[in-house]
Design a protein around this ligand. Structure first.
Ligand code: PLP
Length: 423
């Protein structure tokens, strides 16, 4: 009884038996007064009897019991502690508690990938006969979940232009259960008005899920703006250095206990303890990285706007972004993604990509290394040309994920590549 023998919980003493893990006791938790940067370094720490400075990696599948009675009690949720790492693991708990504290959420569940987080948050809730509304400018695999997978199980989906509040309102039906959107969107960096869309959801008894990957937890607080659930691909900016896959769902205790918890325990999209450890270390440096990347992204976007064969620059931090006012209202920074259109269509874009020396061609984002993508032929090639046009994905569009290199080196590389694309 009491706390698990091998852990000395620093901050958390109260146990919620149903969860079979220790959760934060808000009254006793000294971290409540910490500033965000401090939470990202110290939040959620559980130290073992060795008093290690850095978080320990509990790379274990299971846990042993001191007696048959203890095992019995633990399965009845009468004894605190862990049973099996599909249900919970101390390193994963540390990551969940740190992210949850920073996000201001009641609960967090870490998952193996961002897509596992998206799938879990939707499929743990909806059932046959339900209806989901999603913004059509979605990450490709997210669009597959709502457009292709959900209908196979009798869950209908309506895709709307996420920028148009009237379309959200008009799509609501008596059986609508969820709204789902990302903002800024991939790859055209369109914004959705989180506050207004979540209000429409709330007024109609609908849960709203925000995929907050592009904004990162640093630049956008969907829960404070009325969202019910936030999902991350921690693969991106939370790892931040291109190493491990991971995801997270942040939600209320009610959603966790009634829906998500059993989904995660029984279907098994659990995060690896090793990956959780990498993500914990990623959170420690996230404020520094995101600030540096946002600063560089603005410099790069402004430099691109001066290039003669760049026909359009899309960056939420620039005054010429079509939704600049909304960007200012809901994001304290423009983010680290910049999209731009090169003259000459696909051939022009390819000449530019192939001439880059420093910036690497990849479909990934959120890395310390700057990465470029040609969405029309990679991440969005499965869409029809009409669908791409609808989303503003032209053949000349390039998506740039700004890394941690010196801004001037990036600007030089892009400028040289654009010159090569002109010839
Ligand atoms: C990458 C990404 C995902 C999926 O995350 P994985 O970790 O690759 O599964 C979902 N949404 C957005 C916006 C992403 O960028």
């Amino acid at each position: 009884m009491g706390t698990p023998g091998f852990l000395l919980p620093e901050f958390r003493t109260q146990l919620t038996g149903a969860l079979v893990r220790m959760t934060q006791n808000s009254k006793k938790d000294p971290s409540n007064g910490w500033r965000p940067e401090t939470q990202l370094v110290h939040g959620g720490v559980l130290r073992s009897q060795f008093g290690e400075t850095s978080e320990a990696v509990f790379l274990t599948q299971g846990f042993v019991y001191t007696s048959a009675e203890q095992a019995e009690a633990r399965f009845k949720n009468e004894d605190p502690g862990y049973q099996y790492s599909r249900f919970g693991n101390p390193t994963v708990s540390m990551f969940e508690d740190r992210l949850k504290m920073f996000e201001g959420a009641e609960e967090c569940r870490a998952t193996a990938t961002g897509m596992a987080a998206v799938t879990a948050s939707i499929l743990s809730y909806v059932k046959t006969g339900d209806h989901v509304v999603a913004a059509r400018a979605l990450f490709g695999s997210c669009r597959y979940i709502v457009e292709t997978l959900c209908p196979r199980f009798g869950v209908e989906c309506t895709l709307v232009d996420g920028r148009d509040l009237d379309q959200w309102r008009a799509a609501v039906r008596p059986n609508t259960k969820m709204f789902f959107f990302e903002t800024p969107s991939n790859p055209t960096l369109e914004l959705v008005d989180i506050k207004s869309v979540c209000k429409i959801a709330r007024d109609n008894g609908i849960l709203s899920i925000v995929d907050n990957v592009f904004a990162t937890p640093m630049l956008q607080r969907p829960l404070a703006l009325g969202a019910d659930i936030v999902v991350y691909s921690t693969t991106k900016h939370i790892d931040g250095q291109g190493r491990c896959l991971g995801g997270a769902v942040l939600c209320s205790t009610d959603f966790l206990t009634k829906h998500l918890q059993d989904w995660v325990r029984q279907t098994g999209p659990s995060m690896s303890p090793f990956n959780a450890w990498v993500m914990l270390k990623g959170l420690e440096t996230m404020p520094l990285r995101i600030k540096a990347q946002c600063d560089t992204a603005l410099l790069v976007a402004n430099a691109l706007a001066k290039e003669q064969n760049v026909t359009r620059v899309i960056y939420p931090g620039r005054a010429d972004h079509p939704q600049a006012a909304l960007a200012q209202a809901q994001m304290p920074g423009g983010g680290q993604m910049v999209s731009f259109e090169v003259a000459g269509g696909k051939a022009g874009a390819f000449r530019c990509l192939n001439a880059m020396r420093l910036v690497k061609i990849s479909n990934n984002l959120g890395d310390a290394k700057s990465l470029v993508t040609h969405p029309a032929t990679t991440t969005h090639f499965k869409l029809t040309p009409e669908q791409r046009t609808e989303l503003g994905i032209s053949d000349g569009l390039i998506r740039l994920s700004v890394g941690l290199e010196a801004a001037s080196d990036l600007i030089d590389d892009l400028s040289t590549a654009l010159a090569a694309a002109r010839s």
